[in-house]
Structures are given as structure tokens and as C-alpha cells.
Design a protein around this ligand. Structure first.
Ligand code: RB5
Length: 152
């Protein structure tokens, strides 16, 4: 079953978010859009926390996509949410690997770094990738989860 895609951007990522959202909806995904809804300047982190918390609360049903100017602010903030693994991705190889090896559940991209079409290509690869399970893969992800849990 397709995951629900939870999306947000700041003002710098607004147009790219709208573009990727449309492609996702055309491809049959349900998208929950937590803003922003214009080019008016906003702070980045609250959007990352909102999407991160939603994905962390529904780990089997939802995946997140966050877009800001560089993708960095979104990634740094989203990774503060317990249970979230939110890499910054600007190439197709990393899009696949970060699901397979890091079990990434939130995808961050920078609208001032890559073109909208590239963001959509990355999104498709990221969504198609499957986490590698068992052995070293699970152990490595578990180490991050354990650290999260230790922090409370
Ligand atoms: C906004 O100007 C910009 O700082 C933001 O979109 C993002 O790139 C932060 O990491």
C-alpha cells in the first residue's frame, strides 16, 4: 500500500513543494500539506518539527518530504524529532541508499540547489526504495534508535 506523504516547506521551498505535491497526487498518493502556502517569509524549523512528529507518530503509514532553500535547515531540525531519519538528498544514488541503509523516513531537499524535475526524480527513487533489513543494516539503524531512546 502507498504511504501517505506528509509535506511541508518554508517560503524558499514553497514552489517546489507545490510541484512535487502535484506529481505525487497525479501518481495516486495521498498528500497531507502542512504549509507553508505562499512565498511570504516564515521560519523553517516549526515545519520540520510538524512533519517529523507526524511521521514518527505513524511510522508504518506515513513518510515525510521537507523542502527549504538548501534543505539543510529542514534536515537539521527534523532530525531532532525522536524516530525521524531525515537526510538531505540531491542525487539519485543517495535517494536509494538512504532508504536501503539508513531507513530514512523523511526526505529533505533544497529548492535553491536542484530543479523541481530533479526533486521529483529523487522523490520517485526514494519512494521506490526498500529498507534493507536484518544483520548489519538493522543493527546500525537500531543504534540510532537506541540513542534516541536514551535521550528520552
Ligand atoms: C531561507 O532564506 C533559507 O535560509 C532556508 O530556506 C533554508 O535554506 C535554511 O536552511
Amino acid at each position: 500500500m502507498k504511504p501517505v506523504i506528509v509535506m511541508a516547506s518554508d517560503h524558499a521551498g514553497f514552489h517546489m513543494k507545490e510541484f512535487v505535491k502535484k506529481q505525487l497526487e497525479d501518481a495516486g498518493y495521498t498528500v497531507e500539506d502542512y504549509g507553508t502556502h505562499s512565498e511570504e517569509s516564515v521560519d523553517t524549523a516549526p515545519y520540520a518539527f510538524r512533519v517529523g512528529e507526524e511521521v514518527a507518530a505513524h511510522p508504518d503509514e506515513k513518510k515525510g518530504i521537507l523542502i527549504c532553500g538548501t534543505g539543510l535547515g529542514m534536515s537539521i531540525a527534523a532530525n531532532k524529532v525522536k524516530g525521524v531519519r531525515a537526510p538531505l538528498v540531491h542525487d539519485l544514488f543517495s535517494a536509494k541508499m538512504t532508504v536501503e541503509h539508513n531507513h530514512a523516513n523523511v526526505l529533505c531537499m533544497g529548492a535553491r540547489v536542484i530543479a523541481p524535475n530533479m526533486a521529483w526524480e529523487i522523490t520517485k527513487v526514494w519512494l521506490a526504495a526498500k529498507p534493507l533489513c536484518g544483520g548489519k543494516y538493522e543493527r546500525r539503524v537500531q543504534q540510532i534508535t537506541d540513542y534516541d531512546n536514551k535521550r528520552g
